[in-house]
Design a protein around this ligand. Structure first.
Ligand SMILES: [Zn+2]
Length: 150
C-alpha cells in the first residue's frame, strides 16, 4: 500500500463522499491537527460530527476511513442507511407536525401536561403506530391587548 499522506487521505475522503457514501446520511472527513490525524463522520443534517479516531498516525487514520466506508457499504446493502428516527433538529424544524419515524402528518396529539415551563404532549402516529412525547419549552410572554386599549 502506498504511503498515506494528508493529501492522499483527503483525496480518498472526497472520493468516498462523492462515490459510495453519496446516498448515505453522512460523509467522512480526515484532518491533520498537529502531529496526529482526526477522522470524523459529518452528517448531512445538523447532527454533530462523530469523531472516529483522534490524534492517530496517518496509516491508522486511513484504516478508520476505510472501515467507516466498508461499514456504510454493508449498511446500504442491508437497506438501513437511513436512521429509523429523525434527529431532534429535524423534528423541531418540522415544528412537531410530523411523525419522527415515518414523517406522516397524520398524527394524533393527545394529552398535554405542564410542569415548570415545559409542556409534554403525548402523540401517536396514525400510520406507523409510533408513540412519542413532543416537548415544548417556555419561550416568552406577551401582554394581552384588549379591545379599546389600542
Ligand atoms: Zn409514523
Amino acid at each position: 500500500m502506498a504511503k498515506v499522506t494528508e493529501k492522499s487521505l483527503k483525496a480518498r475522503c472526497t472520493e468516498l463522499n462523492m462515490g459510495p457514501l453519496r446516498n448515505t446520511t453522512f460523509g467522512i472527513r480526515a484532518n491533520r491537527l498537529g502531529a496526529g490525524y482526526t477522522v470524523e463522520l459529518i452528517y448531512r443534517d445538523n447532527t454533530p460530527p462523530q469523531i472516529l479516531v483522534e490524534g492517530v498516525a496517518a496509516a491508522e487514520a486511513a484504516a478508520a476511513v476505510e472501515g467507516a466506508a466498508a461499514g456504510a457499504a454493508a449498511v446500504q446493502v442491508a437497506g438501513l442507511d437511513k436512521p429509523e428516527f429523525v434527529t431532534r433538529d429535524t423534528f423541531v424544524r418540522q415544528a412537531a407536525e410530523r411523525c419522527p419515524k415515518c414523517a406522516t402528518k397524520d398524527i394524533f396529539p393527545a394529552h398535554l401536561s405542564v410542569e415548570k415551563g415545559i409542556i409534554t404532549q403525548k402523540c401517536s402516529c396514525q400510520r406507523c403506530g409510533l408513540n412519542w412525547n413532543s416537548i415544548y419549552r417556555l419561550d416568552d410572554y406577551e401582554i394581552a391587548v384588549t379591545a379599546g386599549e389600542v
